[in-house]
Structures are given as structure tokens and as C-alpha cells.
Design a protein around this ligand. Structure first.
Ligand code: 4AZ
Length: 447
């Protein structure tokens, strides 16, 4: 646990950023409420962004994720790879916030913030050359309670300030389950699913004013090649005071807002890889139709929500089966309109055709041709399918060697199936080990 305080601190009077004073270093044995961080080493958090009053994280070469309750930073200079409040160190790069968008779901009041997310698009991208990578957490079940997380920032060194830090501070704090964080002694019903609490019961180490917007990360180090992957699990958002017992910092939970984050990034014109084909056509719909004895009477169209025709078919061959594959966007609704020009459905002389829909390999609907006369309208809505890859933060029973691949994927097929079906937090292991379990027909990767 990192509990020592930096040795030489240039302390900035918070009220007037212009008046800079040198103060005595904060002593290690200062009582009570210090935020309690260590000086980070230069280069430890190459994605950390100094926003001037808030923190942020570079989540794509040209996008910073921060908190909505920080002011709009449009036009403001920021420091990517920041380590000091107003000067550059090795690895720091200054940019300007070109555009700033706060989450429209963001709400503040009563001392709390909901959906406290905002994005800033940089004037120029920053390509970080480091063995430390940052990715966004996709899994609501992560982090498990008790898991060590890291926060970093240049915020107040103690509740009420007035001193901000002159060097980037970091601390490790354990994740607290929402269940515990919603008990009366903590924050009661102020905690929602889209929040995440982290900190010690007794306080002592904590984020504070000025740390807002900064990332809460789960660090994984690959011992073999020394690469580090930090998973962004939350944005510093709110809390009662700083480092108070049973009043941990509450973070905006990254996994709960990925769709907004990603789609907004792409709408802002980000160069993030996933924006190349945004919004992605990643939902495969298969339509299978068997005609009746008067095939030419049968036709259909598939329309999107704006009434654009996505696909249409008119048939000719009697009593034959055709299969049509079309890629749709996630989380959108489409309309399938099947018509029979003679008004006798998909039937002739009591012999009917049929049709069925299969989304990503899962049958959604199958009907016989006698359910309509002239037209049958079917709404087809897609949902989000997580990328078909294992959650890299998964480790069974806290053992770093028991990852999806190394624990789940080793052994006989039957054994693997059993492991995949095991309960893990609120779900099953196959919810997080998509790829490994999928290979054995259990996860979403299965055919
Ligand atoms: C703030 O004002 C703030 N200890 C952020 C986090 C916490 C308190 C205040 C939590 O930005």
C-alpha cells in the first residue's frame, strides 16, 4: 500500500492559481485526513491528463475521458502524460481541448453526480509510446469487491485543501461492492448501478477535490514482457469530504456507459480504431424463407428505423428455400414487411411455406406461412453483443495465473464446460471468458 507523502511539494493556493507559494512538505505522520498518496514516477501513467483543476484519461489518441461536473474545457490547454500542474516533463505533451461534450444523462444535485462523464477531443492526437496501455472496462462484474485499484491526480492533499499537489500522486484503494456502498453507514440509496465506490473503510487514502475526472484503473502487469494494461473502471466523481471513514469516493462506472462513450467519440470524429466503421454493422441477421406454390406473389422488405430499405427480395421459384444474410447495427430496431400480392398468405391449397429469423446464430422467430393474408409486419431489434474476447482482468479466486485461458481453458472438454458454468460474482464465468468458453460452445463466441 502506498502511504508515504511526497518529499518536496510545490503547493498551489487553490483559490488563486496565480499565487504560487512554496510550503513545507506535508509530513508523513500528519494526522487524519491527508489524501495519502505517493509521488508517482514519471511515465507511470502516460495516459493521465492534467486538465487544470481536474484530471482526465486519454482513451484514444485524440480523446480524453473526464467528468461532466468539471467545467467545459473547450479551448483550454491540457497536458497529456501530465505530471505537474503547469509544466511539462518527459513524456508530457500539451494539446488544446477542441470540443467538449458532457453526457446528456449527467445530473447533479444534493452533492452527488449521476453519469458524470464528459469527453474532450484534442486539437491534435497524441500517440503514446509506452509499455503502459489503457483500455476501457467492458464488464459490469469488474472490479470485484476488494480488488486493488489505482487512482492518480494532482488534487487536494487533504480535505478542504488548500494545497494542490505539484507532482502526480497515486494511491491504491480497494473496490467496494455497490451493496456495501448503499448501506446506511455509507451512502444509502444515493448509489446507483452506474456508480462504483472504492476506498478504505477507515478513509485515510482517497481522491479529493481537483482529482475529479481522473481515472480509477485496475492494473495488470505481464511478468513475461513487462507490459502493463490498465483497465479504466471509473471516473472520479463525488464523495462526502475526503478520506472520511465509510465515505469513499464514488466513481462514474465506465462499463455502464460504454455505448455513449464510444458513439460520442465517433460522432466527434475520433480516429479511434473502432470509429472506422461506426456505427458497426456487427449483428448478423439470417432470414430463411420457403416459398409456397406461387412464389412470385411473395416479397419482403427490411427497413431501418428511418425507413431506409436495408434489403428486399421478390421470389420466383416455387416451394424453394432461400437464405439471406444481412448485417445490422447493434441496439437498433428494424421492420420486416412480408407481402403476398394475392392476399392468401404464404400458402396454396393448404400447403404453406414458412420463414424464420436468426440473429447472431440464435433463432429468434420461426413462423408458418398461414399467419397472414396480405402482409405481416415483424419488428426485429438487435442488442449489444460484447466483443468476443476474454476479460483480461478475470482471475479466479484472486490468483493471477487463473485467467480465462490458463484456468478455464486447460483440461478436458467436460471439465472446461463445468468451469465455464460456475457462478462468478453476479453472473457465470462464461460471461467474462467469452472466447475461451465460446470455443467449447458455452460463451457468445460459439457457433
Ligand atoms: C470534488 O470536489 C471531489 N473524496 C471529488 C472527489 C471527492 C470529493 C470531492 C471524494 O471534485
Amino acid at each position: 500500500m502506498m502511504v508515504t507523502i511526497s518529499k518536496s511539494l510545490l503547493l498551489v493556493v487553490a483559490t488563486t492559481m496565480a499565487s504560487v507559494v512554496f510550503a513545507e512538505p506535508v509530513k508523513k505522520d500528519d494526522p487524519g485526513k491527508i489524501v495519502g498518496g505517493d509521488d508517482a514516477a514519471i511515465g507511470d501513467y502516460p495516459y493521465f491528463v492534467v486538465m487544470g483543476g481536474c484530471g482526465g484519461a486519454l482513451i484514444a489518441p485524440d480523446i480524453v475521458l473526464t467528468a461532466a461536473h468539471c467545467k467545459s474545457y473547450e479551448g483550454q490547454q491540457v497536458i497529456v502524460g501530465g505530471y505537474r500542474p503547469t509544466t511539462l516533463v518527459e513524456g508530457s505533451q500539451a494539446r488544446f481541448c477542441e470540443t467538449w461534450i458532457a453526457d446528456p444523462k449527467y445530473k447533479t444535485g444534493g452533492g452527488i453526480n449521476k453519469y458524470d462523464f464528459a469527453l474532450c477531443k484534442l486539437s491534435e492526437p497524441v500517440f503514446i509510446d509506452s509499455n503502459v496501455k489503457l483500455k476501457l472496462n467492458e464488464f459490469d462484474a469488474v472490479p470485484k469487491a476488494g480488488k486493488d485499484l489505482i487512482i492518480m491526480g494532482l488534487g487536494y492533499l487533504q480535505e478542504g485543501g488548500p494545497f494542490l499537489s505539484n507532482t502526480l500522486q497515486d494511491i491504491q484503494v480497494p473496490a467496494i461492492s455497490n451493496e456495501v456502498c448503499s448501506t446506511e453507514e455509507y451512502y444509502g440509496d444515493l448509489i446507483t448501478d452506474s456508480m462504483l465506490c472504492a476506498g478504505f473503510d477507515e478513509g485515510v487514502l482517497d481522491a479529493c477535490q481537483g482529482d475529479s475526472g481522473g481515472p480509477l484503473v485496475r492494473r495488470k502487469t505481464n511478468d513475461k514482457d513487462g507490459t502493463i494494461v490498465d483497465t479504466h473502471v471509473g471516473v472520479v466523481s463525488w464523495g462526502e469530504g475526503c478520506a472520511q471513514p465509510k465515505k469513499p469516493t464514488v466513481y462514474a462506472r465506465t462499463s455502464k456507459n460504454l455505448r455513449w462513450i464510444k458513439s460520442t467519440m465517433c460522432e466527434m470524429g475520433s480516429i479511434a480504431d473502432f470509429c472506422d466503421d461506426y456505427p458497426p454493422l456487427d449483428q448478423e441477421l439470417t432470414i430463411t424463407l420457403t416459398t409456397d406454390k406461387w412464389a412470385f406473389e411473395t416479397s419482403w422488405v427490411l427497413k431501418d428505423i428511418e425507413n431506409n430499405i436495408v434489403m428486399k427480395r421478390n421470389y420466383l421459384v416455387d416451394s424453394s428455400t432461400s437464405q439471406h444474410k444481412v448485417l445490422l447495427r447493434s441496439n437498433e430496431c428494424y421492420q420486416f414487411i412480408l407481402s403476398d400480392s394475392a392476399g392468401d398468405g404464404l400458402c396454396f391449397d393448404g400447403v404453406c411455406g414458412s420463414y424464420s429469423f436468426d440473429l447472431n446464430g440464435v433463432e429468434k422467430l420461426s413462423e408458418n406461412g398461414d399467419l397472414f393474408e396480405s402482409a405481416r409486419v415483424i419488428d426485429i431489434c438487435t442488442s449489444d453483443t460484447p466483443d468476443c474476447k476474454d476479460d483480461e482482468t478475470f482471475e479466479y479466486n484472486g490468483n493471477p495465473d487463473r485467467t480465462c485461458e490458463n484456468w478455464v481453458g486447460v483440461g478436458k472438454k467436460k471439465e472446461i464446460k463445468k468451469k465455464c458454468k460456475k457462478d462468478w460474482l453476479a453472473g457465470k464465468i462464461y460471461d467474462v471468458c467469452l472466447q475461451t468458453c465460446g470455443e467449447f460452445g458455452l460463451g457468445r463466441c460459439s457457433d
